[in-house]
Ligand binder design. Structure first.
Ligand SMILES: *Cc1c(COP(=O)(O)O)cnc(C)c1O
Length: 410
């Protein structure tokens, strides 16, 4: 970070796409012109009110924004301390926050004259959001997905196909999300002229982490305005779950320069964060390295091999974390904690029973941490949690974990 932006947590990245020593663009020479073209177009679009008018229209009429902010009275009562507000991004079209970002990138692609969209997906949620936007705008959509994920996420594969996308099972390497990312990058270099690479989280080479963050920041901007109206002040704590970190960055960013707001990211602790690596806690259990075109904290072995994470929640098993989070972590501006599968499952059930909201397993991790801290906080303390996805997609996973039989689920 250079001198001029050192006093702000919201001004980054610098001109090289760096958040301190994280981020940047670690890509081949052949990819560089594509990245620079995208950066130039994004910087034009960012200053074009017409672009944001289009975004506002889509967010409002296609996604259903603004998402409500909801005072969770019974969870608040149960935990017995801080007031808990849920930012209801699970009510968005497609059931999660990913569409906020995908629409932005698709509009950019069209500004650039691209007609073919590629994406990679792990659990399939980003693939579904991308296929959705491509269907809406009549663009060709190709989604790379590790072959194991294709098997494990059959309903999402079918959704993408219904939406007209081509799903390519990736067999290279170990057939994981990381291999799917490599294949997508390879496709991009090969099909330079007509293809746009749509990334689903705040990762990838610059300008992706900043661009995805900007699109997802609608979450935090709305939450800030909504709480100002309801409570007349800032929340004391903002909290969100972290896979690659986009829903969290979107909620956090508008609050980063308000030092009185505590910022907490919740990683997937799986079966526990220890040397067995049956978790996806890149910050609390990993170390810096380079993946997906940027430098950040990663799950890796002693030789720097990227490890496949594990979580009850497929959407959290990105092996890294967005570079801006790594920077906020080392700068001490945000806290990062982890929550285990069992804790997330308890929070999932509690939310169903007390609020009538079936949450996705991802935000159930954030709620589990809220459950740990809320009781010890004063009753006038305000916590704003991002309910970033709905749990319909997870009910069969949960049924299996609870040993309940639910028709022919798979
Ligand atoms: C994809 C997904 C995540 C993880 O991605 P982030 O970039 O960390 O937000 C979390 N929750 C839901 C519901 C998702 O679909």
């Amino acid at each position: 970070m250079n001198q001029t932006i050192m006093n702000s947590f919201t001004a980054g990245p610098d001109e090289n796409g760096c958040f301190g020593k994280f981020g940047g663009r670690f890509v081949s020479e052949t990819l560089m012109p594509l990245i620079l073209e995208l950066e130039a177009e994004y910087s034009r679009a960012k200053d074009d009110p017409g672009f944001w008018n289009q975004m506002d229209y889509l967010w409002k009429h296609y996604v259903g924004r603004p998402s409500p902010i909801y005072f969770a009275a019974r969870l608040t009562e149960r935990f017995g301390g801080a007031k808990i507000y849920l930012k209801r991004d699970e009510l968005n079209h497609t059931g999660a926050h990913k569409i906020n970002n995908v629409l932005g990138q698709i509009l950019l692609a069209m500004r650039m004259g691209k007609t073919r969209i590629i994406a990679e997906t792990g659990a399939g949620q980003h693939g579904v959001a991308t296929a959705t936007a491509c269907a809406k705008f009549g663009l060709k959509c190709v989604v790379y997905m590790g072959e194991h994920d294709v098997e494990r996420q059959a309903p999402n594969v079918f959704r993408m196909k219904l939406l007209g996308a081509e799903v390519v099972p990736v067999t290279s390497g170990r057939g994981t999300l990381k291999d799917a990312m490599n294949d997508a990058l390879r496709d991009w270099v090969t099909n330079v002229r007509d293809t746009f690479y749509c990334i689903g989280t705040v990762a990838g080479p610059h300008p992706y982490p900043a661009m995805v963050r900007d699109f997802q920041s609608i979450i935090g901007k709305e939450a800030k305005a909504q709480l100002a109206e309801i409570e007349g002040r800032l929340p004391d704590i903002v909290i969100a779950c972290i896979g690659g970190g986009s829903n969290a960055m979107g909620l956090f960013h508008p609050f980063l320069d308000d030092p009185e707001v505590r910022v907490i990211g919740v990683e997937a602790g799986g079966k526990g964060v220890d040397e067995r690596v049956e978790h996806c806690a890149s910050l609390t259990g990993g170390r810096p390295g380079v993946l997906h075109g940027n430098r950040t904290y990663l799950l890796q072995d002693d030789d720097g091999q990227i490890l496949e994470g594990y979580s009850i929640s497929a959407g959290l098993d990105y092996p890294g974390i967005g570079p801006e989070h790594s920077w906020l972590y080392e700068a001490g501006r945000a806290e990062y904690v982890s929550v285990t599968d069992d804790e997330a499952l308890d929070a999932f059930q509690l939310c169903c029973e007390l609020e009538g909201i079936i949450p996705a397993l991802e935000p159930s991790h954030a709620l589990a941490h809220v459950a740990k801290i809320a009781g010890d906080l004063p009753k006038d303390c305000i916590i704003c949690m991002n309910m970033c996805g709905r749990g319909d997609k997870d009910i069969f996973t949960v049924a299996k974990l609870l040993d309940v039989e639910v028709g022919d689920s798979e």
